[in-house]
Design a protein around this ligand. Sequence first.
Ligand code: NDP
Length: 294
Amino acid sequence: MDAMKIAFIGLGLMGYPMAGHLARTLETLIWNRSAEKAVSHAQEFGSRVAGSIADAAQSDILFTCLPTSKEVLELLPHIITGAKAGLIWVDCTSGDPASARQIALSLEAHGIRFLDAPVSGGVKGAINGKLTVMVGGDADTLETVRPALETFAAKIVHCGPIGAGMAVKAANQALLGVNILALSEVLLGLERQGVTSRTALEVINSSSGRSNVSQNLFPERVIGRAFPNTFSLKLMTKDVRIAAQSLREQQIPSPVTALTEQLLEVALRELGDVDHVAAAQLLERWAGLELGVE
Ligand code: NDP
């Protein structure tokens, strides 16, 4: 494994620390659209800046972590041009399953193996190296890249064929969206009746309605009125759009996901590209009430 050459493209909020964990143990090339992030990454973690995307593809395992499948598809010709023989491309973007299948198919003719491997656990999980990775694609290929994934993951789950990782990720994000919107409206209703959100969460968080949103996100961000932008509303809306689209394609009646998608699209238009938890502010505006003001 030591001889394995790794490359990482996309040093955003997630990619920067993920590539940092890789660089601590393995020889890691990095490339980022804004070059200054790559330079500071190299200084911080001892990674090496690749001259181009094609140069980064001169590796054994290439990671990408970009906003959407659209940006990943743009890399495709450069990666095919530069690919080292036997390259495995692991895409950690929360992309869409159909694009993952399209990419894998295009790469097949060039002998490049592909896995979709989106992650969950947020920026905190990325910094602590405790992400969950959900993988779609060939199980043997996953075993080859597992030691590299383990540098930033606490849990790695093989979900099924190509696209399965992306599909599971989108489903998880739909649940996150549902929880943010549903919790916002019930807390607004309780505040109107004189119950503070702090008190309501004390009960909910030791009862059956609790979720990651009620336990970890709302206390800091909605009640504390601090909305650090760790995961943008734009990216979450993209994820829920993928989930809703995929449910429609499978002809599964999905009114809850469809409504969540529509509400998030409105929130994104009205609030701009804020942190995802700030979607609560859409319902606050409609109610004419701000949560957590005691
Ligand atoms: P960021 O917006 O922080 O980073 C995006 C990265 O993609 C940056 O490196 C950016 O480069 C690069 N990029 C954007 N557009 C292009 C392009 N056209 N060509 C090349 N590079 C491009 O996103 P995150 O790190 O937050 O998210 C990355 C992925 O991970 C997304 O799919 C997201 O949904 C998912 N995710 C995010 C989580 C989070 O909590 N933030 C949690 C789990 C998954 P530049 O620096 O130049 O802008």
